[in-house]
Design a protein around this ligand. Structure first.
Ligand code: BTN
Length: 261
């Protein structure tokens, strides 16, 4: 097991106004997302971040499991309760979340990243991070939003079968990464990104599109039982993937995307 996360070091590096000022550090939890979504845990402070060294039931998109070695990576979730964030388009926030992770990795470690719809972060085609947004609603109104991030930081070996080959920052740069500095930087950039999503969502979508290698290419979208083939035309202003098939133009809201040769 790697070094424990040092809270003092983290707070010394943290430059945010509100995000992560309340950090809950857990040795083990089922899922940091589930922990924050569960109102019985009575966490009701906007901007709380829950970081766990181990998740016994880490969740991925589309009911998958997120695997991460204990104390080697970052598995954390952020809680949003304020209207200005709950009223943002969650699709765009989703895309923006991957952009934050991609940009942070590039600027701290000089590793070229790209993004894959809806919110994977890749390095040379290998997955380095995944993001899962969950929300609860009262009627039509969102009242709780949790953004969970799994980022492979220091893991050097990955066992098992993965849909996409995994990698970690350490594997890319060949050195041990300081998780405290990395998390502090992610949270600062995330706070800034929230303002961008609020005030210039189109710029966020343009920036995301520039980092996505598949736009303009032939792709396959697996959506439930259905497999769609077509050209990945663009991301529309609401964050949907626009797929041009032979017969129609589809607006895709979820699914797995892969390149077709
Ligand atoms: C995906 O790529 O499918 C999304 C993975 C999201 C994993 C993170 S780890 C922290 C947070 N807690 C969870 O249970 N899931 C997210």
């Amino acid at each position: 097991m790697d070094e424990q996360f040092n809270l003092e070091k983290f707070y010394l590096k943290l430059e945010t106004e509100w995000l992560g000022r309340n950090l809950l550090y857990l040795d083990e939890v089922d899922s940091t997302n589930s922990f924050l979504m569960n109102r019985d845990n009575k966490i009701n402070k906007h901007g709380t971040v829950v970081l766990a060294e181990k998740q016994s039931a880490g969740k991925g998109r589309l009911d998958r499991t997120w695997y991460s070695n204990e104390a080697e990576n970052l598995t954390f979730s952020m809680l949003f309760l304020k209207k200005n964030i709950l009223s943002l388009n969650p699709n765009i926030l989703n895309l923006a979340s991957s952009l934050v992770i991609a940009n942070t990795i590039e600027s701290l470690y000089f590793v070229k990243t790209n993004v894959k719809w809806p919110n994977d972060v890749l390095v040379e085609g290998k997955k380095i991070s995944g993001i899962l947004l969950e929300a609860s609603y009262a009627g039509e109104t969102m009242n709780r939003l949790v953004a969970g991030i799994g980022l492979n930081v220091n893991q050097a070996y990955f066992q098992g079968n993965f849909m996409m080959e995994p990698t970690s920052i350490r594997l890319e740069v060949n050195e041990e990464i300081e998780r405290e500095k990395l998390l502090a930087e992610i949270l600062k950039r995330y706070e800034e990104m929230i303002d961008k999503v609020a005030f210039s969502p189109d710029a966020v979508l343009r920036e995301w599109s520039r980092k996505c290698r598949m736009i303009g290419d032939k792709i396959e979208v697996k959506r439930g039982e259905e497999n769609l083939y077509g050209i990945f035309d663009e991301i529309d202003s609401e964050g949907y993937l626009i797929l041009r098939t032979r017969e129609s133009v589809e607006r895709i809201s979820y699914g797995d995307v892969s390149a077709v040769k």
